[in-house]
Design a protein around this ligand. Structure first.
Ligand code: SF4
Length: 354
């Protein structure tokens, strides 16, 4: 199959839609294809998605993950060990659920699985969503079978769409707007995720030679997020990802170069369940690496590139992630850590960690 992103996505779509009764939906991440309410294929694009990675069976469906989560002894860290990086996350890229109309709980579909207790179609309000747009089981999501909700991060797209794009008009009061609002939301979320990565790279001293380009891309993208719904709906997100990815790759190389010597390159590797306790992964490339259920207890991940790394159920107890680049809150939320896990300063310790 061609590595060309557009071609292979179209090919997957053609194959799926050729089956009787199949329909496509926007999923929490990526797109999925379903028959009679059951998902049988799910494409995840983690960032720029230029390589078909794998097909794997899960309890309810198989997923086709595509990632191009980029490349990349004892090593000596310069200056302030592991503390390189931004001090805190940009406010506009942090979810503010109180200013959102519960968009992630309505616009996105989910399938009954270990992550969600029930099936829900796109555009259908979750049965737990209250009229005030708050979750009725917020404090017991994991116990009630909705752990998937605890690891979702809209990067502030929810309040942007609710308060800016649609000027504070709730979908409940203006049902005619709802389908457009629900379609804009996942696009805005993708744009905000890219802003998150750009901001992370821009705030690195070691990427100073790229600051002008990073700031330019950030400003351009930020302006795009202020556009009208019809403009946002026409955005070529994949094209944007590809373009910005090149710049993020350059930034990653510069940041990881703070670690001298040879660095591990696990880009896109399948390390599901791997035993990497205590591993020296300083400055490593873990781009798009599958680390589901892996043991990274006590591992040194300072200045590692974590973009798109799948950390679901990864044991990060005692691990050191300070200064790691492109880490996100939802990755951390999906992993298991404890009080001794050291996080990048822009991220917070999940409440479910011991
Ligand atoms: S369970 Fe709560 S957080 Fe999850 S989709 Fe439903 S309302 Fe939203």
């Amino acid at each position: 199959m061609s590595h060309d992103r557009t071609n292979w996505e179209a090919a997957v779509r053609r194959m799926c839609l050729a089956l009787p009764e199949t329909y496509e939906e926007q999923a929490w991440v990526g797109a999925r294809w379903r028959i009679r309410g059951r998902t049988f294929a799910h494409v995840l694009e983690i960032l720029d998605g230029t390589r078909l990675r794998s097909c794997r069976q899960s309890s309810s469906h198989f997923s086709i993950d595509r990632s191009d989560y980029r490349e990349q002894s004892r090593l000596t860290l310069p200056r302030v060990e592991g503390q390189s990086g931004r001090m805190r996350a940009p406010e506009n890229l942090l979810a503010d659920c109180g200013s959102c109309f519960g968009l992630c709980c309505v616009a996105l579909p989910f399938a009954k699985s270990s992550d969600f207790a029930v099936d829900k179609a796109a555009g259908e309000p979750c049965r737990n969503l209250r009229q005030d747009s708050r979750c009725g089981i917020h404090s017991t999501l994991r116990e009630k079978g909705f752990p998937g909700c605890t690891v979702y991060d809209c990067f502030g797209a929810g309040q942007k769409v609710s308060q800016s794009t649609f000027a504070g008009r709730d979908w409940r009061q203006q049902p005619s707007n709802s389908s457009e609002m629900f379609a804009v939301f996942p696009i805005m979320r993708d744009l905000h995720e890219l802003l998150w990565y750009l901001a992370d790279a821009r705030d690195r001293d070691s990427a100073a030679t790229l600051h002008d380009r990073l700031s330019g891309e950030y400003a351009e993208l930020d302006a795009l997020t202020e556009s009208a719904p019809e403009v946002l709906l026409s955005v070529d997100v994949s094209g944007l990802r590809s373009r910005i990815n090149e710049l993020l790759l350059e930034a990653s190389d510069l940041v990881r170069a703070e670690v001298k010597g040879k660095k591990k390159n696990y880009r896109g590797r399948d390390l599901i369940g791997a035993r990497l306790a205590g591993a020296d992964l300083r400055g490593a490339s873990l781009r798009g690496t599958y680390l589901i259920g892996a043991t990274l207890r006590g591992a040194d991940l300072r200045l590692a590139d974590l973009i798109g790394a799948d950390l679901r159920g990864t044991d990060l107890r005692g691990a050191d992630l300070r200064g790691s680049i492109f880490a996100t809150q939802f990755q951390i939320d999906a992993a298991n850590g404890d009080g001794s896990t050291r996080l990048p300063q822009s991220l917070t310790r999940p409440s479910h960690w011991a």
